[in-house]
Design a binder for this molecule. Structure first.
Ligand code: ATP
Length: 362
């Protein structure tokens, strides 16, 4: 694949405060790439650096192999959709969308055609003469998107584009934007703190924390193989069991739990530099130990809570060592489980991820 955008060793200081630290990433042509992280992690700053609204303190940004680090925003020719849409209230929908073309001195007839075409793409053909104030949040959002893509920019930036919409509309728009993006093949970088949105829309996700990049990967890999505790806890739900690494053989690590039991977990080529490790287990990867079931690692614990959530049963348990775990069992498979009862459950070596316990680096 052709890389569209490269961020190379980018650091950004606001006075003495380091908002982005040594960021490196490559976005491929046609990719939907999301920057995800908690509030204050530096994701908006990184987007502003790419857009040119802020200047890098060090490092460089390349768009289609051209260094754009010191270019002004309008010289970068990048499309952008802001959180609040930033539509011009005194202009009609068609005038709003035509604006970037006028600025680029495109001929009148061509503008008319392009505005018509893009209105079709965002399903707003009948709204050309409306003013933004006469439209719903979702419609305004689509106008903003149309205005950002009408001049066929090499890159589209979305800054929390759906955060002002209610949940249902947000989910519909996620799919709609993703479909438009895919159909047009437009390289897109989106910023969000909403992990569900990131998982739904992205080809790859870059997880940020404290100004640094923790992991860049596909939604599936981030969920299945988080690199560290931050990513494991930030994406989805996770159980973390403390353990001590005893040894590794044939891609399987033997780990002693706090109750003395030894369990086996796949290492997936990890080097594991600490003796203290965490076994990361998604709630749905834990199974009830039933007769005849192959379950290499087994534990017993007391049930503290049972919650029915439709398709699944959430069972909270506590071990004798006071470790709490959340187990998610498909409702169909669940027999009656009662609070206070001791249950046996477990997982197979390939169902867990081993994480280094970062507090104990040697
Ligand atoms: P949010 O989800 O809340 O928007 P974010 O991950 O986008 O958060 P940024 O807006 O990039 O975070 O901010 C990262 C850090 O940089 C924050 O601690 C913020 O206070 C700081 N910061 C951002 N802009 C400036 C600025 N113009 N001057 C000084 N500090 C800033």
């Amino acid at each position: 694949m052709v890389s569209n955008l490269e961020v190379q060793n980018v650091t950004k200081y606001y006075k003495k405060f380091r908002a982005v630290h040594n960021a490196n990433l490559t976005v491929e042509q046609g990719e939907f790439f999301t920057i995800l992280g908690p509030s204050g992690s530096g994701k908006t700053t990184l987007l502003k650096l790419i857009a040119g609204f802020e200047e890098v303190s060090s490092g460089s940004i390349l768009l289609r192999n051209e260094d754009i680090s010191s270019k002004k925003p309008y010289e970068r020719n990048i499309g952008m959709v802001f959180q609040n849409y930033a539509l011009f209230p005194h202009m009609t929908v068609a005038e709003n969308i035509a604006y970037p073309l006028k600025k680029r001195k495109v001929k009148k007839q061509e503008i008319k055609q392009k505005v018509e075409d893009v209105l079709k793409i965002v399903h707003l053909e009948q709204y050309a003469g409306h003013y933004p104030s006469q439209m719903s949040g979702g419609q305004q959002q689509r106008v903003a998107l149309a205005r950002a893509i009408v001049f066929s920019p090499p890159l589209l930036l979305l800054d929390e584009p759906l955060s002002a919409l209610d949940k249902n509309l947000r989910q519909r728009m996620q799919i709609e934007i993703k479909t438009i993006q895919e159909n047009l093949g437009i390289t897109t970088i989106s910023v969000t703190h909403d992990q569900e949105e990131a998982l739904t829309m992205s080809d790859r996700i870059c997880v940020m924390n404290n100004g640094g990049i923790e992991q860049i990967d596909t939604p599936e890999n981030l969920y299945k193989y988080p690199k560290n505790r931050f990513v494991a806890e930030f994406i989805g739900e996770i159980n973390l069991l403390k353990g001590t690494l005893l040894g590794k053989e044939d891609g399987t690590a033997s780990i002693q739990l706090t109750n003395g039991q030894v369990v086996a977990n796949k290492t997936r080529g990890q080097s594991l530099n600490t003796k203290s490790v965490l076994i990361a287990l998604r709630p749905e990867n834990i199974q009830l130990a039933e007769e005849g079931k192959v379950l290499r690692n087994r534990l017993k614990a007391r049930v503290t809570s049972v919650i029915y959530v439709g398709e699944a049963l959430i069972v909270l348990v506590k071990t004798k060592e006071e470790e709490e775990l959340k187990i998610k069992i498909p409702s169909l498979l669940a027999h009656a489980i009662t609070v206070g009862e001791e249950i046996e459950f477990g997982w197979n070596p390939q169902d867990a991820t081993i994480l280094e316990d970062e507090n104990t680096h040697v």
